[in-house]
Write a protein that binds this ligand. Sequence first.
Ligand code: AMP
Ligand code: MG
Length: 331
Amino acid sequence: MQTLHLKVDPDNPNPKIIEIAAALIREGETVAFPTETVYGVGANGLDEKAVRNVFKAKGRPLNNPLLMHVMSWEQASSLVTDISEEVLLLVNRFWPGPLTLVARANDKVPPLVTAGLPTVGLRMPDHRVALDLIKAAGVPVAATSANLSGRPSSTSARHVLKDLNGRIAGVLDAGSTGWGIESTILDITRPPFTILRPGAVSRERLEEVLPGLIAATKPGAEERSRLRAAHYRPDARVIPVKPGENLAQLAQAEAARGKRVGVVVVGDQELPTLVDLVVVINGGSAEYGRRLYEIFRLADSRKIEYLFMEIPEETGLGVAVADRIYEAARR
Ligand code: AMP
Ligand code: MG
């Protein structure tokens, strides 16, 4: 399969180019597109055969559900049942944006999208290109991150093509994406609404809208949301280091054994010498989140064997960043 590389302006995409991609979606093909978090790859969410192509392209296990990407709340609500009033407050405040709502699916949703779960994840991306694509296609787009299964998510079309060239029908290329970290996944099937996966919208921000109604990730949530350990992993062995532990010393010791070592540190501090990759995060957890997958890919390209990563303070966006680092460290 030849993958069409379609370049568009992120803020004002050419409708003719969007239409080429939308036509592919309508024909049951797979298209990658930018969102405000990472690049997604999707297909017609109402067509089970088309949805299967997304799993095939990524090598994604069929038991790992996709998200329905929509261009309006109206479109989202046509796919689910039992929506409470509080949910509308969240939608008004955070949509379009990196908040995925998990609600009870109705029978319009093909079981393959939800991997057989009774619920479906709904997301309205805050990216003009994604919204224009979904609008032009005229159907919700079942999508997930545009990377081979088990590889880090893609934050540029170059990453998408590295993983999926020849495996998908097209990619809408609008340059680098903004956040770099995936959406927050919130279960809204019953109160209190539970964060299944921490992400770009912090718990604190959700609490501002619904005080006392937001529960943090519970043990077992991971199982329910089918989050996979294989999701966010570079080739290197990732070693999470808490603030206050001597990261420089730990890294130095590994380097002294002749290993290829990388370090990621937060703010000003002592840096190890003799290591092969040093990344300093000065812009807080927002910068850490934005650069996380880029760092994973950089570590891979430098053939890093041990990647020591400082855990940021676990509040706000730091919760999502820490979650992804721990996830990457699991093997
Ligand atoms: P993403 O990684 O952003 O592509 O989102 C896909 C992830 O959302 C899946 O791997 C699941 O962990 C989660 N997810 C999708 N649908 C559901 C659902 N119905 N219930 C819980 N989690 C879901
Ligand atoms: Mg993914």
